[in-house]
Design a protein around this ligand. Sequence first.
Ligand code: MSP
Length: 525
Amino acid sequence: MKETFYVTTPIYYPSGRFHIGTSYTTVLADSLKRLNELKGKDCYMLTGTDEHGQKIETVAEKNGLKPKEYVDKMADMAKELWKKMDIQYDDFIRTTDERHEKIVQKIFQIFLDKGDIYKGEYEGLYCIPCETYFTKTQLIDGKCPDCGREVVPMKEEAYFFNMKKYADKLLKYYDEHPDFIKPEFRKNEMINNFIKPGLEDLCVTRTSFDWGIKVPSDPKHVIYVWLDALTNYLTALGYLSDDDSLFEKYWPADVQVIGKDIARFHLIYWPIFLMALDLPLPKHIVVHNWIMMKDGKMSKSKGNVIYPETLIDRYGLDATKYFLLREVPVAQDGIFSPEAFVERYNFDLCNDLSNLLNRTVSMVNKYFQGKVEGYTGCINDVDKELEEFCITQINKFNELIDNFEIANSLQEIWNLIARTNKYIDETSPWILAKNDETEKLKSCIYHLIENLRKIAILIKPFMNETAENILNQIGIKDENLKTWESLNYYDKIKDIKVIEKGEPIFMRLNQEEEIEYLKKNMNQN
Ligand code: MSP
């Protein structure tokens, strides 16, 4: 049986159009799925929409729609976007799905029966957009610590989840599973900011609005969004349903990708809910930082929002994904600017990658009628060095990606691309050709093609179409030469023929024009 790999994205609030920030989480998760698929695992990816709560009720009303009509429309919009971004999810869960609602009610009842949920009265400061109560000490400058907006005093009868009961168990778990939270500093934030000062019990129901899942035994209460939302990762697999085969197969999740703003919910409440259900915890929760604009957060009112469609329609999907993954390191915020986008495109994609392919393909055509017969061994001194460099880079890549350092792992691939370009200058194939040093020339060409093959495999999880295009242009048809495992060998290419006239995979952009274009198109569509 194949090893399994279950990866999830957060379920998105369908309260507006998704910008490149929200797409980032999904692109990250999708890349991890593709990578593990390439490694031969049986993968399952879940995404979806978080459709209940006061905020959605209000937005729907503003749009003149009933909540359900509104969320139906928005879920379609999300699916449309993921299709355009070629996101290979296996299931799309909506919190309004019957399969979800039924199980959330069951889970609530289990917690009640166990005494983990009790009835009380909640009085606190409430952030309406975040649907979260805060204590005074949690506020930052008197405002919501998560979104920075105003909070209002509220009081209501409510059910609470006894988080305190599990605090020590959670700390022990953190301690015994150093790889659970990535990057590690997020764990310390949780401990220092929320657990050590004393974990508050979590309010898990509301009576102040209607749009949600009712508590079966007390239907004037609606189950508050976080208990409703977090359990999606289980209900989508059929947990506690008549058919729980997916749950048996894929749980616990291998990786759950989330943004820093929802770290507290996923690193504290979520593991505690799982503990209360006696379920194993996910192997890794990866918390990524945010894509910012030069002047701070993206916001419609500032007019600095950039949507994925704007980039994809003009520059293609792979360039868009490359920018996102490369420019936003998981552990730090990244900045979107038209200048940085055009620069990455022109330097990394066009100068480095596209030109390497182009130069190589045209040399194979010019010197060997497009043919590469087979491995020549290391004839030039630099051949050996190049082969060793390749092995080192692949090892570095693996180490970084295992630690979910995606931007850095891409950097290592680009170091390999740069080294391969340099190899052309060092070996000067045009001089070898002029001097009739055919064996040396053959060796040079073989090494270039082989490196391009490896580069294509390495970038495949992140830039599928580009990888396929490269493999096609260099004439790699044998499926055995496209596998992850084939990164381990250097000598297996035999009797291939490169394409006669390859189109450049990325064409140089006019810097000024494109910066202008991007500036004009921020917040436009
Ligand atoms: N519905 C909750 C999640 C529930 S999961 C059980 C939610 N939804 S959200 O739509 O507001 O955010 C979804 C994801 O998008 C989060 O991981 C968030 O961090 C991410 N991003 C939103 N803006 C972002 C950027 N500007 N940059 C990167 N990611 C960002 O929270």
